[in-house]
Write a protein that binds this ligand. Sequence first.
Ligand SMILES: Cc1cc2nc3c(=O)[nH]c(=O)nc-3n(C[C@H](O)[C@H](O)[C@H](O)COP(=O)(O)OP(=O)(O)OC[C@H]3O[C@@H](n4cnc5c(N)ncnc54)[C@H](O)[C@@H]3O)c2cc1C
Length: 375
Amino acid sequence: MAANLKCAVIGGGIAGASAAYALTKRGVNVELFEQFDLLHDHGSSHGPTRLFRLAYFEHPDYVPLLRMCISQWRALEKEAGEKLFHQIGIFMIGAPKGNLIAGVRRAASDYGIEIEDLSRKDAAKRYPLFSQPEGYDAIFEPEAGFIRADRTLNHFFARFTHLGGVARPRVKITDWEPRAEGVDLIFRDGRERFDRLVIAPGAWGNDLLKLDVAIKPMRKTLFWMASGENQYFLENDFPPFAIDRDDGRFFYGFPAIDGDGVKLGEHTGGADLENAFDPAPPPADETAGVKDFLREFMPGAPREFSQEKPCLYEMSPDGHFVIDTHPADKRVCFAAGLSGHGFKFAPVIGGALADLAISGETNALFDFLGVGRFE
Ligand SMILES: Cc1cc2nc3c(=O)[nH]c(=O)nc-3n(C[C@H](O)[C@H](O)[C@H](O)COP(=O)(O)OP(=O)(O)OC[C@H]3O[C@@H](n4cnc5c(N)ncnc54)[C@H](O)[C@@H]3O)c2cc1C
């Protein structure tokens, strides 16, 4: 049955690309529509790296999905023939009762995930480039790590087109309409009919999704430390890190790779946008906040940046993904509101969207992320 289906995917970010890949692998005829060029840098999915964490502080129900992801990242990596998932652990510092440390401990205990509680002395010995202020705890999570984001997106597009999928960049979809014989995609100058539709619009979601759930675009800035010494390199075991300050500001970063310095950013904060095209400037305290963080937690690190680049979060009302079939028509499904933490889930999101598009159902444990929770 899947082989006779014609499916449109709107969105060439990681959610749309992984769905297009998964659908094509199952024999569906797929066309992927992207309003910009493929691999553009205006949305949420560009850049070299994303964190992968298993002891999920955001909500423990993500953990079974993440376990599924680990094996799928490995399979993808094998297929791609290059490193996509550096499972080298993550070093975390936070207030014991803060979201990060308390949430990681809860998820680890609920799901039997290995974490190492590090004494101040051990943390200082193992990670001497970090400073752990009085009153903070440190944890190392060995099954965590980071994903090569741009390599993954490249791989999805390469495989998808190799298997016969068609990418249609620089085509903006303005609307869609269910019909008895299919779902019409509407362009500025025409329409085309498909059997199924997957909508993965990132921060551009509200008009296209037509849901009673507002997806809020937010702009963040990423900073690359001026290269600094080689002790920050991946090869020298500098770890990915996440730091939850006791004032609620949350920072994260990656080892230096590919000749660039350490990449870091703030998960909290950011600029609320009217829409994803809004050129609103970054908040005045953004750069100062990152420098302040470095001063406190990585006092020896360079506080000059070689690059600063924007990236969009697409926030759902509760910060959790919204992945489901569309209330208006079961032949339409969507992934929205990935809320700044969706990349690591790419293989299971793509697989679940393919299930939903083909049969209207998935057993990939996505119930807690359904749109029904907002009713
Ligand atoms: C700074 C930053 C750091 C992050 N860190 C992490 C991390 O460490 N770990 C993690 O797991 N996740 C992380 N994320 C989140 C993750 O990257 C996102 O959740 C994910 O990339 C969202 O992908 P998407 O496909 O939903 O959206 P996007 O990548 O924005 O893709 C949506 C696409 O749809 C296209 N589109 C929209 N409307 C239309 C239309 N009408 N017609 C045609 N095309 C259209 C857009 O142009 C866009 O290309 C981070 C995100 C950012 C910005």
